[in-house]
Write a protein that binds this ligand. Structure first.
Ligand code: DC
Length: 220
């Protein structure tokens, strides 16, 4: 059985949904690295104010000096001991997370934390740079993707189910923009590791993707 599984891919490909299920089936710990970037962004927003820190690495470094981020087994996220699971999903925090994700100082610190979390094995970690930077020696690397149209449609359905009025074309535009930002950033951009297995989920169900990963995890 593969002890350390890395799952990378663009926003909306289904990484967290399938990683959570795979973790539950294998009895592994799921580590959502995006939530860690989001927690740093929330702290920057709260301590420095939105708009005051986004291009200033010195300010981010200051905030990072005493940040405490914890993820628990049930998927709850804690920032300095306070639960922020819901707060880190707002649009302001999403925007901030993409700013903190560009900072070399933030990436270095979070990468160290993430490696530490994976040290004991039996983990499935998802993000953008797990197979390439964080855990280059992972036993199994998955690059999970789907077409922009499909990812936009899934997000649209999700928001609609929450009772929100949304515009599909607008969502598609936002997803394309995030893809571009994540793939073109200088440090640790979104990229498929050479030894990663490419899984295109465009026409697969969640269960089919889960099954495929479980099968790969069980191979020797
Ligand atoms: O997966 P997500 O939407 O929760 O990620 C939030 C932001 O953090 C997004 O802009 C991509 C970035 N990120 C990253 O740069 N590296 C990771 N390993 C995980 C997320």
């Amino acid at each position: 059985m593969k002890k350390i599984i890395a799952v990378d891919g663009p926003a909306g490909a289904g990484k967290s949904t399938v990683s959570k299920i795979v973790a539950a089936r294998l009895g592994y710990t799921y580590i959502d690295t995006g939530a860690m970037y989001r927690a740093v962004a929330l702290k920057c927003n709260e301590e420095l104010g939105i708009g005051n820190w986004e291009r200033n690495e010195d300010l981010m470094a200051e905030v990072l000096r005493n940040v405490d981020i914890k993820l628990d087994e049930s998927g709850k996220v804690f920032l300095d001991g306070r639960e922020v699971t819901k707060e880190i999903r707002t649009p302001e925090v999403s925007r901030g997370a993409s700013d903190v994700a560009k900072s070399g100082i933030v990436r270095k610190r979070l990468t160290e934390l993430q490696r530490d979390m994976a040290r004991l094995g039996k983990v499935i970690m998802d993000g953008r740079d797990i197979g390439t930077q964080v855990l280059p020696n992972a036993d199994l690397k998955i690059f999970l993707t789907a077409s922009v149209e499909e990812r936009a449609r899934r997000r649209f359905d999700e928001l609609k189910a929450k009772g929100l009025t949304v515009d599909l074309a607008q969502i598609e535009k936002e997803i394309s923009l995030r893809d571009k930002q994540d793939s073109e950033r200088e440090i640790a951009p979104l990229a498929q590791a050479e030894d990663a297995v490419l899984l295109d989920s465009t026409s697969l169900t969640i269960e089919e993707v889960v099954e495929k990963i479980l099968q790969l995890a069980k191979e020797n």
